[in-house]
Design a protein around this ligand. Structure first.
Ligand code: APR
Length: 381
């Protein structure tokens, strides 16, 4: 079998790329090892930034994919138990939307199938590097493509198929972790972040009935050390207010905060997108967005290639994206460390704590500082 573009993985990056290509009349197949139910239920990110929203709009997909999702105009904090609202300074950048990942994914699947896209669940592939990239499916059959898009996440098959000496992994450990809790508890605000001496905490709405809660914790902690009662009482302490509906906790996990970049993002006709190429900590809210920006840039490069027989944008894909990815790793390290250090003097010391408080307060007192944050939040920096 032959397809111009073979896409491995039906997460946010693979599905977005598939839809973008379909709109441009470029044939592709999306191959996903998990079943549809699993993919549609996976809960993770929750904010689509302005740049990503515009990528859908530019291809006439905005209404069908993110229509109805509320717009993000600012950030809600609880600082030492007091409400602080930070309105994003740049009005024309306020097009980001609160859209839980599973809603985005479900919409992307629906639109792709309605438009006649070829999406195959339950299909684990092995990737074979070569003049023309090939993937081998479980039943032994082979699909060959002009190009292969590795959208298969941080443990996918595509990056693993690139010879080790052709790609470098750069990584950073933040030194602390988040206990991530999924609960059937409605959020009365779409996001709320607590800066508190006992550590950072946050609540992000995930649809009308569910929330994800985050609690900064030591790297060594395990979910067993966090029984439900301890979670609720720690959240109430850090937010400095009672949580009215506690609901059932359906999942808890300790996730170390880290950043990772694989460079270059291209190897011959194989290109990496999304988590396959880079990881940012969830605090930055850029994981899903960088995946969408990758899909946007890569789709444009393929369109340029097929319409004009010109490979230059594909050749530039890795450099173009890495410039951006490092810029957002810079934002992610600043934002993540500042929000944690502004609360917790314990893990990195009193000096860092006071510097972080100054960094945080400047967002409220300096229009320039707020504008820079707004640009990063919008994905337009
Ligand atoms: N064959 C087929 N599919 C595979 C294979 C394989 N060998 N290996 C992995 N996959 C699939 C996974 O099952 C998964 O559905 O690839 C998909 C990768 O999806 P994600 O991990 O969500 O990666 P990505 O699309 O890059 O997501 C980007 O969105 O919400 C965020 O946290 C998410 O930061 C991440 C971002």
């Amino acid at each position: 079998e032959n397809k111009p573009v073979v896409i491995v993985g039906a997460g946010v990056s693979g599905l977005a790329l598939g839809n973008f290509l379909l709109r441009e009349g470029i044939d592709c197949v999306v191959l996903e090892r998990r079943d549809r139910e699993y993919v549609e239920r996976r809960q993770r990110a929750g904010v689509i930034d302005t740049r990503a929203t515009r990528a859908f709009r530019k291809r006439g997909l905005e209404d069908r994919v993110v229509g109805g999702a509320p717009v993000q105009t600012g950030l809600g904090f609880r600082v030492d138990g007091e409400d602080r609202w930070l309105e994003l300074a740049v009005e024309e950048h306020r097009e980001g939307r609160f859209c839980p990942q599973q809603v985005l994914v479900r919409n992307l699947i629906t639109v792709f199938e309605q438009d006649g896209g070829d999406l195959r669940f339950g299909t684990e592939v092995a990737v074979e590097d070569g003049e023309r990239p090939r993937v081998r499916l479980g039943d032994g059959s082979v699909i060959e493509g002009d190009f292969l898009a590795g959208c298969d996440g941080s443990h996918g098959a595509t990056r693993a198929a690139i010879p080790e000496d052709r790609i470098t992994r750069h990584s950073h450990e933040y030194g602390y972790a988040w206990l991530v809790v999924l609960a059937d508890a409605p959020a009365d605000r779409p996001t709320l972040m607590a800066i508190h001496r006992r550590g950072f905490a946050a609540q992000f709405g995930r649809g009308p009935q569910a929330s994800r809660f985050y609690l900064q914790c030591p790297l060594e902690d395990t979910p067993e050390e966090w029984p439900d009662e301890r979670i609720w009482s720690e959240l109430e302490t850090r937010f400095g207010e009672p949580i009215p509906t506690k609901g059932t906790i359906v999942e808890k996990q300790v996730v170390p905060l880290r950043g990772e970049v694989h460079s270059p993002m291209s190897h011959g006709r194989i290109h990496l997108l999304g988590d396959a190429a880079h990881i940012v900590p969830p605090m930055s809210a850029k994981g899903m967005n960088l995946a969408l920006h990758d899909a946007d840039v890569f789709a444009d490069a393929l369109v340029h290639y097929y319409k004009n027989d010109d490979q230059s944008l594909l050749d530039a894909y890795s450099d173009t994206r890495l410039r951006d990815v490092w810029n957002y790793q810079a934002f992610a390290t600043w934002f993540t460390d500042t929000m944690h250090d502004a609360g917790d003097p314990g893990s990195r010391g009193e000096f860092r704590h006071r510097v972080a408080r100054a960094d945080f307060e400047r967002l409220f007192t300096s229009d320039t500082a707020n504008r820079l944050l707004s640009e990063f939040m919008a994905g337009l920096n």
